[in-house]
Write a protein that binds this ligand. Structure first.
Ligand SMILES: Nc1ncnc2c1ncn2[C@@H]1O[C@H](COP(=O)(O)OP(=O)(O)OP(=O)(O)O)[C@@H](O)[C@H]1O
Ligand SMILES: [Mg+2]
Length: 241
């Protein structure tokens, strides 16, 4: 179990979010999108491309206040890994992490860099890194902040299968060690099953929650049959939309 601490929940109630497209027309991106995560829980948003997942994440992060509704975040630091790694190009790997988390000490930095395979890259600049390495730096930076709320927008996309699985395991270990609420976006039902306590299946745009699937812990013991059943539930929710 995660050390839940005294964190409050994450409560997301977005009644409506619209944007104006290039032609000046209003486009409804999110409609009646609501969900809740309790202290220590991991939630996964699954939905078709362009349905509004990143828009939702920006609202949850507090980066976009132009919506109808309310978001209650747990008190404490927030860290977000964007869909693109977004590192400062003129700063080394180590400085990118230290700028976000000035309190991080050498031992903690080393304990973050090593399992993510970044120990030998700490003096490198983002331009010298592959996309996979840059994604790992973005993850290390997010963990270094010791967030109460961790938001991950497709953190393992474009990584090869074995590396993605290895990073999933690191993520599970890291969030298991700290009191944190985690919300991640993924297209991969298997990834959601391996990481999340609750999977929120989203509709095409405007995104709403079609249904929620609980994944029972401990997830290490989830059988292939249970994993298939979760995939079937996701498909059933999508099909009923
Ligand atoms: N500022 C904006 N101006 C115009 N359209 C926007 C704006 N922001 C988002 N959109 C539109 O809203 C929709 C949702 O975008 P968003 O990036 O949230 O989707 P997504 O679910 O994250 O997609 P993907 O899976 O491809 O990452 C898209 O159709 C996008 O074109
Ligand atoms: Mg997105």
């Amino acid at each position: 179990m995660s050390p839940a601490g005294d964190l409050g929940p994450l409560e997301v109630r977005i009644a409506r979010k619209s944007v104006t497209n290039a032609a000046g027309q209003p486009v409804e991106v999110l409609a009646h999108l609501a969900f809740r995560l309790a202290a220590g829980e991991v939630g996964a948003l699954i939905g078709p491309s362009g349905c509004g997942k990143s828009t939702c994440m920006r609202i949850v992060a507090g980066l976009d206040a132009r919506f109808e509704g309310a978001v209650a975040r747990p008190p404490g630091p927030l860290a977000m890994v964007f869909q693109e790694p977004r590192l400062l190009p003129w700063r080394s790997v180590e400085d990118n992490i230290r700028l976000a988390a000035p309190a991080v000490d050498e031992a903690e930095l080393a304990s973050l860099l090593k399992p993510l395979g970044l120990a030998e890259h700490r003096a490198h600049f983002p331009g010298e890194l592959s996309l996979g390495l840059a994604r790992r730096v973005a993850l290390a930076r997010a963990f270094a902040v010791r967030p109460a709320l961790l938001l991950l927008d497709e953190p393992f996309v474009s990584l090869d299968g074995p590396l993605a699985r290895a990073l999933e395991r690191e993520l599970v270990a890291l969030i298991g060690r700290r009191p944190v609420i985690t919300l991640l976006v993924t297209h991969d039902v298997g990834e959601a099953t391996r990481l999340a306590d609750r999977i929120f299946v989203l509709s095409p745009r405007p995104a709403t929650v079609l249904g929620e699937i609980r994944v029972e812990r401990p997830r290490e013991t989830i059988s292939p049959a249970e994993a298939r059943s979760i995939e079937d539930q996701v498909e059933a929710l999508r099909g009923a939309a």
